[in-house]
Design a binder for this molecule. Structure first.
Ligand code: BES
Ligand code: MN
Ligand code: ZN
Length: 500
């Protein structure tokens, strides 16, 4: 999707599609008013008839509008003007993205960047619009028979500015371009995650990472079982031993910062299919456990975006990738494995495997002497109980890092909320036979999982994002969301002092 910013006369420009946001009450916004006048009040008709109430997210496409050169008008409701918010704006533009994709519109111009949305200037609205439209355009249909008429995607999105906004054109273009790069990385994370488990194996995921890195300023290093053995990664190997697929440790480096500046390290859970192991999961929705590599996919997407944005920082990504399956060789409940770091772990439940592969990956990450570590993982079902599917959980040892992630989540509308990591929860991880148990019982499952991880990061500033609830959707729009790529890229841009 190419992005253009320019002034447009909504009546004279012979475009494919004009996107006109409207309120359900109050006056018509500028461009809509001009179009309405040119057609002697025809725009108000569908509203007067009640066909189109301009409820938030409602769309209506009109053709051959009188006095307008464009082929189509796409009206989109923003709801009540008094209730306009960034979230409503995002919801409306997501609907626009879907409607454009349904109609196969290839060129569209969006009006309304001048609208007064609390806390959001025109550049910020452009970012939200680009990401929401890209989100609505996203499809994962490569395994379906090709449609009779090939699908057409939006090729050019023109952001219309009036004379008053025109001086901000460059700022708007820069913001929208960063949003486009973020959206492309997000869509890639979704593609990786939506691949079925029989395709997306640890080896395949590592190959995708290598291919992505090869066309960018990213260095890739892929470790297999022999190297893991030599490093003493018995937790990662222990999870993988029930599978015929070899595990991989994917390590990527992007060096956009000062030569000797300590890197930020992102660690992402890359469990390509989680059946639970010997502690087998129930069959219901087990297919969704192909999404257990979403933490890894979003880490890979974040470094891709950092390289594409040429952010001036050093970033390393570590993704432990494995399957978790039951097998004659699989780890059994009660087995004890020694971590790379030296602590022994009693595996009470083989379904609590994410923390095991992350533990060795976190220990490995320490060798890069990180300024900070952030990990992302679909780690606990308990996180869905606590925060549902709207909000990711953040826990960490560094309050400033946690606050920065929360702020990045608010700015990118990819929200997160903090849960406490009090020392007292460590009690729940005691084992009678080993240094640690891999489960802490039912209470505070998200917190005890984070407590487990904390034992392997030790003194490095660290934060953990539990994305179990937000990484994918079930139901009508089933599929990976790409979250928290928007949060991560926003965080990285801020950390790099990227102009916004
Ligand atoms: N990948 C799952 C967590 C999960 C479950 C995410 C459902 C999203 C939806 C993780 O490996 C897991 O199985 N966790 C267990 C831990 C428990 C055994 C302590 C869980 O949450 O049930
Ligand atoms: Mn599990
Ligand atoms: Zn899992």
């Amino acid at each position: 999707m190419e992005i253009v910013v320019r002034t447009i006369d909504p009546c004279r420009d012979p475009l494919d599609c004009l996107i006109l946001p409207l309120f359900s009450d109050g006056e018509l916004p500028q461009a809509a008013a001009a179009v309405d006048q040119a057609g002697s009040g025809f725009l108000k008709q569908p509203m007067q008839e009640g066909d189109f109430r301009a409820d938030c997210g409602q769309t209506l496409t009109l053709y051959h509008a009188p006095g307008v050169q464009a082929a189509r008008l796409m009206l989109v409701g923003l709801g009540k003007s008094s209730k306009i918010s960034d979230l409503n704006y995002q919801k409306a533009l997501l609907a626009v993205g879907r409607a454009l994709a349904d109609r196969g519109v290839t060129q569209a111009a969006l009006f309304g960047l001048e609208l007064a949305v609390p806390q959001r200037d025109p550049a910020a609205l452009a970012e939200i619009a680009v990401q929401a439209i890209a989100d609505g355009q996203y499809r994962f249909d490569r395994y379906k028979a090709p449609a009779e008429t090939p699908r057409r995607e939006l090729q050019t999105l023109t952001l219309a500015v009036d004379d008053r906004l025109a001086p901000q054109g460059e700022t708007i273009l820069a913001a929208a371009t960063a949003a486009r790069i973020t959206s492309e990385a997000t869509a890639w994370a979704r593609d990786l995650a939506n691949e079925p488990g029989n395709v997306c194996t640890p080896t395949w995921l590592a190959e995708q990472a290598q291919t992505m890195a090869a066309s960018r300023a990213i260095e890739a290093d892929i470790l297999g079982p022999a190297q893991m053995e030599a490093l003493g990664m018995q937790l990662l190997l222990g999870v993988a031993q029930g599978s015929r697929q070899e595990p991989r440790l994917i390590v990527l480096h992007y060096r956009g910062g000062e030569k000797d500046a300590a890197p930020l390290v992102l660690v992402g859970k890359g469990l390509t299919f989680d059946a639970g192991g010997i502690s087998l999961k129930p069959a219901d929705k087990m297919d969704e456990m192909k999404y257990d590599m979403c933490g890894g996919a979003t880490a890979l997407a974040a470094i891709r975006a950092a390289a594409d944005l040429k952010l001036p920082l050093n970033l390393t990504v570590v993704v432990p990738a494995s399957e978790n399956l039951p097998d004659g060789k699989a780890t059994k409940p009660g087995d004890i494995h020694k971590s790379m770091q030296g602590l022994t772990v009693e595996i009470i439940n083989t379904d609590a495997e994410g923390r095991l592969i992350l533990a060795d990956a976190l220990t490995y990450a320490r060798r890069f002497k990180p300024a900070a570590i952030i990990d992302m993982a679909t780690l606990t079902g308990a996180c869905i109980i606590a925060l549902g599917h709207q909000t990711a959980a953040v826990l960490g040892t560094d309050e400033a890092l946690v606050q920065d992630l929360l702020a990045a989540g608010r700015q990118s509308l990819d929200r997160a909320w903090e849960l406490p990591l009090f020392e007292v929860y460590q009690e729940q991880l005691k084992s009678p036979f080993a240094d640690l148990s891999n489960v802490g019982g039912r209470p505070a499952g998200t917190i005890t999982a984070a407590c487990f991880l904390s034992r392997f990061v030790e003194d490095i500033p660290w934060a953990h994002l539990d994305i179990a609830g937000v990484a994918w959707k079930s139901g009508e729009h089933k599929g990976a969301t790409g979250r928290p790529v928007p949060l991560l890229v926003e965080y990285l841009r801020r950390r790099a002092g990227h102009p916004r």
